[in-house]
Every structure is written in structure tokens, then in C-alpha cells.
Design a protein around this ligand. Structure first.
Ligand SMILES: Cc1cc2nc3c(=O)[nH]c(=O)nc-3n(C[C@H](O)[C@H](O)[C@H](O)COP(=O)(O)OP(=O)(O)OC[C@H]3O[C@@H](n4cnc5c(N)ncnc54)[C@H](O)[C@@H]3O)c2cc1C
Length: 596
């Protein structure tokens, strides 16, 4: 029984080449060396590292977990420190950061591909560097030159780690309700006091220092989100010469006991007049958070794919080995491998198809991020920003919901052996379950999509996307019979998406509750349709290469077959989702709360 991980380099390279336009990104200043050949070599090396160094820590991470030592220190499972030191030395954490900040200066798209493999290898482990990424972005975009000089290099290299410290017992989805206090000291620093909960990698033994990015409120701040400021609160204060000084006045009081990601310490943090350094201006903390949110949400969305990919590989292997029953047509004496049963095939094809669709959606969103931040011309930057804003709730919400569903299917492929811990597939299901909750619950993602993203440019952004989806029809028609069912199914789903958008636009104004009631099914509908569009593009690309007589025909045929399966058997779900989007809120409130 294997829990090995094989980096899906061919699938990743296919998306980079045929769904995103890596060649165009490599023309941006600073990205010159991001040609496919170089990138592929780098990804192969990164994949080897993740499979050989990180993946073997996954099981012990789950079984032993991070442990609070009672004295406010936290010990990670055996092997983590060694693997982390190697991770820092390898530089794989710094791939997508700008060269001037100590990174490799590759597009974020490539950073995301490395992150996919890291997350598949060990999701709980990958969360430390993922949160560090958020701290890096906060500093890059909003830190002073002095703050950048002190913290940036060490965070980018991974020598120090970072956290995001928002949540309080009374402030979860409603960040504006937070009460932690920041009182200005005479020397310009701030004294931070308050209790924060659920802080990922809030305390650990992997790095010499932990840089917490804490949201708190100054005494005269306005209420709600307008009165939140952001502070750098290092575990150890940093001396002017860069050496570590005294321990700051806060501690991790305890760790949560959780369903999954056991190796990721989730800390309750008590700040007791801790020294904090203001980032940017007072009362702008929420604005700064929004800058980082897109990339953080994309990284969490990626967890849905990464964990589903890992579980899929395990289920596929199990289905080839496990023999039960006799498949139709098999010799009477044989027990067939369960992969020969249609129902097991359906499960595996479903996971494979969703994984491929998710990868397209996520990587395309990362490409938009690169366009928004690095394109030489304003028009491409604006278009990239808009596309990223529109797709982020899909990348986060759709992919993490699917992460849970697909890991559940992978567990189902294992039968009873999936439910017991021995095979390890149950861990993926448990680990996957957090992703729809943190970084803005998926309910909040759906509201963001319907209430903020659809109205962008008075509906222009979503209409442009629908226009692009419809425009594929001509190319699919030219491809002939081979892609005919994809063409038909996509055109029906685009019609469902259009109808849903129109309904929300009309009813959202008349009664916002009606639009909010349909938000989650709408997110699902849009994710399903956009995923189908991307897979249709993948099928077209494979069809063209096959037509030119080049490429690995078995691989390319399987791309087309997978897209056809998605189009014929998964994409039609949009039709069933439409009535849920357009049902309005009345029925939801008909049963009184005390009768629910
Ligand atoms: C393992 C783990 C790690 C975490 N890591 C971090 C971290 O590093 N830093 C950090 O600051 N926080 C972290 N969090 C906190 C996480 O971001 C919050 O748990 C999350 O935002 C949800 O907040 P809540 O738990 O208070 O749930 P609530 O806000 O109480 O939500 C409960 C339910 O109500 C729904 N809901 C709430 N408000 C609305 C609304 N207006 N409209 C519709 N539905 C609504 C939600 O969607 C959800 O289904 C972590 C949490 C966990 C469990």
C-alpha cells in the first residue's frame, strides 16, 4: 500500500503551455527566463524535492501533530525541522517573489505550480510558507523601506516565518468586530493587547523568528473595518544590526485539537502589551488586507486541487491492486481489479476531470495576478486585475468544495480501508475539510462573487467572460465531430450561466436577500461552467496537436476524453443548479427558526 506522491509535471506543463500564455508572461520585464523549457526543468526539480523530502513527513505530521509544550513553545513532529531547513536551502519557497526582494523573479504562476506540489506533499506543512507569503506581500506592498530592509529578505528566504493574525473569539467572518488594542508609545511603536484565536503556525520550532502581522484598533479608531490598523509584531525584537533581541510580550497559550492538518499548529495567542510596528497608516489595515487577500485565497483554492490530486493518485493505485468481484466479460475464475468496475471508473474519472478543470481555473487566475502586477501596459494590468478579482471566489470556493468532495470519493474507492486510518486516504479527506472554512468561508466567497464581483464595471466583467466562453463555439465547430458533444454541452451551460447572471442582476437590486439566497448555488454553477470552458479549450489544444501529428497521442487523447466526460456528465449540472439560484429567499425563511 503506497502513499507516495508523483508530481503531475506533464499535466502542469500542459496547462502552462495551452491554457495560460507563459510565452506572453516571459516577455514582461523581469520574467525573461520564464520560458517553458527552463520552467519545466525547474518544476521537475521542485517536484522531486517535494516527493522525496516533504511528502514523507505527511503521515507522521498527521499522527503526531504539532505539540504545545505547556511553556508556550510548540514542537513540530520528527523530521519537520530537517525538511524545513532543506526547504529554505532549496529556495523553492521564493520562486514567485521579485528578484529585488530576494526571490527567483519568476511569474507567480510558476510559484503556484511549485505550491501545488508542496501542498500535495504535505498540506499542513505548506501552510507555514503560505502564511509567510501573505506577510511578505503585506510588507512588499505597504511596508516602509526600513521595515522591508529588516524583515523582507529573511521572510522571502524562509529563514523567518510569517503569520496573519486577524481572528478573535467575537470576530471571525466579521473582521470589523475585532477588539484587540494598539496604543501608541512615546517612541512611535505601539503596545498591542488582546486575544487572537486560530492563528496558523502562530508558534513553532522551525525558524528563529516569527513575524506576526496583527490587526488591531487604536483607541480613537472609528468602529468597524474603517478603524483597523496593521502591525508587525515579531516574536523576537530585531536589533539595529539585524540580530535578534528580547522576546516580545506575547505567547501561544494553547493549540487547537482539530479534524485535520494536525501538523499545522493553530494557536490561541495572548498579546500583553507586545511591541508592534505600524504598517503604512493607521486605520488602513483592512485595505492592506485586501491587497493580500487575492493571492491568499488563490493559494487556499489551490489546496482543494492539491489534496484532491494526492488522494486521486492513491485511489487510482488502490483500484489497480484491490481485487473484488468479477467485471463483466472477465474470466469466471478471476477476481477483477476494482478499477474494472464501471462504478469505480466513474469515481476515478470524476476526480480526474475535476482536478484537470480546477488546475486550469487556478493557473489562469495566477496568470491574471501576474498580468495585474507585472504587465508593461496599463490596459493589460487592469484587465488582469479585473479577471483575478472575478475569478478569485471561484478559485477559492469552487475548488475547496471540490477538494472535500473529491477526497471523499477517493476514500470511497478504498471501501472500508478508506475509513480506517491505515491507508492514509482518510487524512486527505480530513485535511481538505478546513479549506472551505478559512480565508473567508465559502459562504462569504459566494456573497463576494454575487454582491461585489458580478456588479464590477456594471456587469461588464462577467459579460466579457461570458462573451469569451461563447466565442469558443466557432473553434469547437471547426474541430468537427470529435468535439461536438463538448460544443453542445458548453453552449447550454453558457446559457444557464447567462440566465443566472441576469436573474441576479434584476433581483439583487429589488431584494438583496433573494440574490444572497442564490449565492452559493451560483458560485457552483459558475465554477462548473468556467471549468467546462477551460477543459473545452484543453480539448481543442490537444485536438490541434494531434492533428499536426505531434505529441504523445495517448496523453493527448486522454485530455480530449476527460474533457468530453466532463462536458457530457458533469457540466449539465448547471441546468439543475439554475432553479436553486433563482428560487429567492422566501422558502428559506418559511419554516420559523424555532422549527428548523
Ligand atoms: C484551522 C484554522 C486555521 C485558521 N487560521 C487562521 C489564521 O492564520 N489567521 C486568522 O486570523 N484566522 C485564522 N482562522 C480563522 C478563520 O479564518 C475563521 O474561522 C473563518 O473566517 C470563519 O470565522 P468563524 O470561525 O468565526 O465563523 P463564523 O464567522 O461564526 O461563521 C459561521 C457560519 O456562518 C456563516 N456566516 C457568517 N457571517 C455570514 C454572513 N454575513 N452571511 C452569510 N453567512 C455568514 C459562515 O459562512 C459560516 O458558515 C483559522 C481557522 C481555522 C479553523
Amino acid at each position: 500500500m503506497s502513499t507516495d506522491y508523483t508530481p503531475p509535471i506533464r499535466d502542469i506543463a500542459f496547462v502552462l503551455e495551452h491554457i495560460t500564455d507563459l510565452a506572453a508572461l516571459s516577455k514582461f520585464d523581469g520574467f525573461e527566463h520564464a520560458d517553458l523549457e527552463t520552467v519545466r526543468g525547474a518544476l521537475e526539480e521542485a517536484g522531486r524535492f517535494m516527493a522525496e523530502v516533504i511528502a514523507p513527513t505527511n503521515r507522521i505530521g498527521d499522527e503526531v501533530g504539532a505539540v504545545h509544550d505547556g511553556d508556550a513553545s510548540v514542537t513540530t513532529p520528527e523530521g519537520f525541522k530537517d525538511a524545513y531547513d532543506k526547504f529554505v536551502a532549496s529556495g523553492w519557497g521564493a520562486v514567485g517573489y521579485p528578484a529585488e526582494a530576494g526571490g527567483a523573479g519568476l511569474p507567480w504562476l510558476i510559484g503556484l505550480a511549485v505550491q501545488e506540489m508542496f501542498t500535495s506533499a504535505n498540506m499542513a506543512f505548506s501552510l507555514g510558507p503560505m502564511l509567510t507569503q501573505s506577510a511578505v506581500e503585506a510588507l512588499l506592498f505597504h511596508g516602509s523601506d526600513e521595515q522591508k530592509a529588516i524583515y523582507l529578505d529573511k521572510l522571502v528566504s524562509g529563514e523567518w516565518t510569517g503569520t496573519m493574525v486577524l481572528t478573535e473569539p467575537e470576530a471571525g467572518s466579521d473582521v470589523g468586530a475585532l477588539r484587540s488594542k494598539a496604543v501608541r508609545n512615546d517612541d512611535g511603536t505601539y503596545a498591542i493587547t488582546g486575544t487572537k484565536i486560530f492563528i496558523t503556525w502562530g508558534e513553532h520550532d522551525l525558524a528563529d523568528n516569527i513575524i506576526h502581522m496583527v490587526l488591531a484598533r487604536t483607541p480613537d479608531a472609528p468602529p468597524g473595518t474603517k478603524g483597523i490598523s496593521m502591525f508587525i509584531v515579531p516574536k523576537f525584537l530585531v536589533n539595529p544590526d539585524g540580530s535578534l533581541g528580547e522576546r516580545n510580550a506575547f505567547k501561544a497559550a494553547s493549540l487547537e485539537h482539530k479534524l485535520g492538518i494536525h501538523a499545522s499548529p493553530t494557536a490561541v495567542m495572548n498579546f500583553e502589551g507586545a511591541t508592534g510596528y505600524l504598517v503604512g497608516d493607521e486605520n488602513q489595515g483592512m485595505r492592506y488586507m485586501f491587497t493580500m487577500m487575492n493571492s491568499a485565497r488563490l493559494s487556499v483554492g489551490l489546496q482543494g486541487l492539491a489534496i484532491s490530486e494526492r488522494a486521486y493518485q492513491q485511489a487510482r493505485e488502490y483500484a489497480q491492486e484491490r481485487r473484488q468481484g468479477r467485471a463483466i466479460g472477465a474470466a469466471k475464475t478471476d477476481h477483477s481489479p476494482i478499477i474494472e468496475h464501471p462504478d469505480v471508473r466513474r469515481m476515478l474519472m470524476t476526480i480526474k476531470a475535476y482536478n484537470e478543470a480546477m488546475r486550469c481555473v487556478l493557473y489562469a487566475t495566477a496568470e491574471a495576478f501576474d498580468q495585474a502586477n507585472n504587465a508593461p501596459d496599463e490596459a493589460t494590468r487592469e484587465a488582469g486585475q479585473e479577471y483575478m478579482d472575478l475569478l478569485t471566489p471561484i478559485a477559492k470556493g469552487w475548488c475547496t468544495d471540490l477538494g472535500v468532495e473529491m477526497t471523499s470519493l477517493a476514500l470511497q474507492v478504498h471501501g472500508g480501508m478508506g475509513y480506517v486510518e491505515e491507508t492514509g486516504v482518510a487524512q486527505h479527506y480530513r485535511d481538505a475539510r478546513i479549506a472551505p472554512i478559512y480565508e473567508g468561508t465559502n459562504g462569504i466567497q459566494a456573497i463576494d462573487l454575487v454582491a461585489r464581483k458580478l456588479p464590477m464595471r456594471t456587469g461588464g466583467a462577467i459579460q466579457d467572460l461570458i462573451g469569451q466562453m461563447s466565442a469558443l463555439d466557432g473553434d469547437l465547430a471547426e474541430a468537427g465531430d470529435d468535439l461536438a458533444s463538448i460544443r453542445n454541452s458548453l453552449s447550454e451551460s453558457v446559457a444557464d450561466l447567462t440566465a443566472a447572471v441576469l436573474w441576479l442582476a434584476e433581483h439583487g437590486v429589488a431584494d438583496p436577500n433573494d440574490a444572497l439566497a442564490g449565492a452559493t448555488p451560483f458560485l457552483r454553477l459558475m465554477g462548473t461552467a468556467v471549468g467546462g470552458w477551460y477543459l473545452a479549450r484543453a480539448a481543442l489544444a490537444a485536438h490541434r496537436i494531434l492533428g499536426s501529428g505531434e505529441g504523445d497521442s495517448a496523453f493527448l487523447e486522454s485530455k480530449i476524453t476527460t474533457a468530453r466526460f466532463y462536458a457530457e456528465q458533469l457540466l449539465p449540472q448547471t441546468k439543475g443548479l439554475l432553479p436553486m439560484v433563482t428560487a429567492g429567499a422566501d422558502q428559506l425563511f418559511e419554516v420559523p427558526a424555532d422549527q428548523l
